[in-house]
Design a protein around this ligand. Structure first.
Ligand SMILES: Cc1cc2nc3c(=O)[nH]c(=O)nc-3n(C[C@H](O)[C@H](O)[C@H](O)COP(=O)(O)O)c2cc1C
Length: 199
């Protein structure tokens, strides 16, 4: 596994967690290099083996390579701030989920299961030195229209994907604050409880 230690903001890792978790982060820059098809296949296979409610596997992914018309279309669905850095990503990927079960009833767990699939994909990507930076900052309706999504499909995120840029993680002033904040975490005692919950 490539250890993406390039990030200059130290992470306060308090227990010896998996390298894939410890060294993962959401970069604003990637290597200017196309993604190997095998690495993409690995990611999607990892998503495929995600557990899901009633095994409905409600996730779908549309990916597009930088330079394709569909890349520009997807880029245009992002907020201006996200566009400014995501335009250089080798790959953009739309993450959507079917919010109905086979009977047409609401699948309450669909977004949960898409999130799990993306998490598995992210960890598998880490094995190959590939970073996935998720973006919720996008225009949902525009994405639904451009890509002709059926009504039962909801848009979750757009992901920027590429190889970690290990040598140079210098980021523009635009993202200094976000990058610094992204290396902070709440302490475990604010979200883990035993026997009773005390908020
Ligand atoms: C659902 C979701 C939406 C996000 N939306 C954005 C976004 O619109 N723009 C952005 O730059 N980062 C976005 N992020 C990235 C988070 O800011 C980042 O994961 C967080 O700050 C922790 O940083 P890390 O991933 O480097 O550990 C999003 C992440 C998630 C999971």
């Amino acid at each position: 596994m490539v250890k993406a230690t390039g990030s200059k903001y130290k992470r306060d890792i308090q227990r010896p967690i998996l390298d894939k978790l410890q060294y993962r982060f959401s970069p604003f820059k990637f290597q200017q290099k196309a993604l190997d098809d095998l690495h993409l296949s690995n990611m999607f296979e990892a998503a495929r083996w995600t557990p899901s409610a009633k095994n409905l596997q409600p996730w779908s992914f549309l990916y597009t390579e930088n330079g394709a018309t569909s890349f520009d279309q997807l880029l245009n669905c992002l907020t201006e701030k996200n566009k400014r850095w995501a335009k250089d990503a080798p790959i953009l990927m739309l993450c959507i989920y079917n919010c109905h079960d086979e009977q047409g009833n609401d699948n309450f767990y669909a977004l949960h299961d898409l999130g799990s699939a993306v998490a598995n994909m992210t960890l598998q990507a880490q094995e190959d030195g590939v970073a996935i930076h998720l973006m919720g900052g996008k225009e949902t309706q525009q994405a639904k229209e451009i890509f002709n999504l059926p009504a039962k499909y909801h848009v979750s995120c757009i992901a920027a994907i590429g190889y970690y840029c290990l040598e140079d993680v210098t980021i523009s002033e635009d993202y200094k604050e976000e990058a610094a904040n992204s290396h902070k975490r709440k302490s475990r005692d604010t979200f883990v409880f035993k026997d009773s919950i005390r908020f």
